[in-house]
Design a protein around this ligand. Structure first.
Ligand code: NI
Length: 181
């Protein structure tokens, strides 16, 4: 497999690219993607067998099981970052080692049902919060300590809408290649 093909498997929808300006329509579209994600994820994975769930989506990549649990890990952290930014002044957030989290026993081996239901509850609370954000709140920020970058909440909504579609595409593309229904 060429490097180009591997990159295409790893970034099936490309890297995140933000809009030039965050209009209410664009932000609402992002929130809809985040809102629909748990349902889409369950639809794509809920019926898969254990051996299908334990298939890597690309060479040396995560299994579908790890992808589902990773989405729960990632979105729990994301939710916390929104709440920190809404309640503190420019908080510095705590990064986490997503690769190592995915190798811990819960992320590697539990039935996906636990993360599917966790995501359903979490996203319900998350989008309740996101839909209520005022124009001023959307401009609130947190600081990522690895690059010192200040990130607005509206930008972070865009990043997580991308994150939902990015991982859904991993699963959908693998199922297409394997001819799984
Ligand atoms: Ni991810």
């Amino acid at each position: 497999m060429t490097n180009n093909e591997l990159t295409k498997l790893q970034y099936p929808i490309g890297q995140y690219v933000g809009p030039i300006t965050f209009s209410p329509t664009i932000i609402d579209g992002y929130i809809d993607i985040i809102s629909d994600f748990p349902h889409h994820l369950r639809k794509e994975t809920g019926h898969l067998s254990d051996s299908q769930l334990d298939t890597e989506y690309r060479p040396q990549g995560w299994t579908i099981r790890q992808l589902v649990h990773h989405c729960a890990d990632s979105h729990l952290n994301a939710y916390t970052r929104f709440k920190l930014a809404l309640t503190e002044e420019k908080p510095t957030i705590k990064p986490y080692r997503e690769d190592k989290w995915a190798e811990l026993i819960d992320g590697k081996s539990l039935p996906i049902a636990y993360s599917l239901s966790l995501l359903e509850s979490l996203h319900f609370r998350w989008i309740t919060l996101l839909k209520a954000l005022t124009v001023e709140e959307l401009k609130r920020t947190f600081i990522h300590p690895e690059n010192g970058k200040e990130i607005t909440l509206e930008e972070n909504i865009g990043i997580y809408a991308w994150h939902c579609e990015h991982h859904l595409a991993h699963i959908i593309k693998l199922k297409e290649r394997m001819n799984w229904k």
